[in-house]
Design a protein around this ligand. Sequence first.
Ligand code: SF4
Ligand code: SF4
Length: 288
Amino acid sequence: MAEASTEIDFDKAKAEIKAYALKNGALVAGIADAEAFVDAPEGFRPADLLPKAKSVIVVGGAQPRAGDWQSPVYEHMETMGTSERINSLALKIAKAVEDRYGYYALFVPPGVNRANQPFLSIGYAALLAGCGSSSLAGPVLHKDYGFMYYAAVITTLPLKGDALAEAACPAPECLDMWNERGTTPCLDICPINKGGCLGGKIEHGKVVERDFNRARCGTRVHTHWVPGFQKILEATLNEPDKDKRKMMLYGSLFTRSLWSITYAAQSQAQCFECMRVCPVGKEHRTKK
Ligand code: SF4
Ligand code: SF4
């Protein structure tokens, strides 16, 4: 990026920031206008975290590798995180914005604030920054790469917001499946009316209804990591039998949860099944 100067060409700064992000490992980068977060609850908007916020820089990438999707030892994904690669890039961008342009920049921390709400919804920021579009399964999907992790930086640097992305969901294959069977790959793998978490409706090629059992999904996604740790700790503290308590503390579930929370800066989903079957970005998860 260019050196700091008193006269800033904001369009040039935006192009430089995006080029820097892409060169340093992001697959996608976009800008959201800080004023655009009208659907976020009060207290969880950009200016609540950084007064006089003007823009939110969003970067995406760092998905599990194609090999990770292939592994039958699913536990290997429970003890590590790939998302910190995108977080560390966002931290570097925040530093660069302050050093090079002289404006405030705040990296939105992963994790949650009050009432288990994220400090700022990164998914919403990714949508507003045109990095991807919403999906029936839930995650923001990039048209070419599909599922990815996102990180965001709030800044007082006034950058022009990007246009919203084209809808990636439903993919053409999913539309065909819907027309034939009234379901899609993600709805089929986790149907809300059969003990799963996802429901919805497609009309005229567009998603018109979405149903999501967040609580049920949470119990399958956070079997390890912070919620898993809290649950095991409570059970261990309540266990009166000394030997059993010791087994719980030193057993593989507790140990893996500790690995998970110490090595993953961000929630690592332990159920990816709706994304595994999603055709968007599948070519990037397919190797020899
Ligand atoms: S992450 Fe798993 S439990 Fe949650 S919606 Fe997707 S398939 Fe269902
Ligand atoms: S499987 Fe199809 S319907 Fe489901 S999220 Fe992916 S593109 Fe959308």
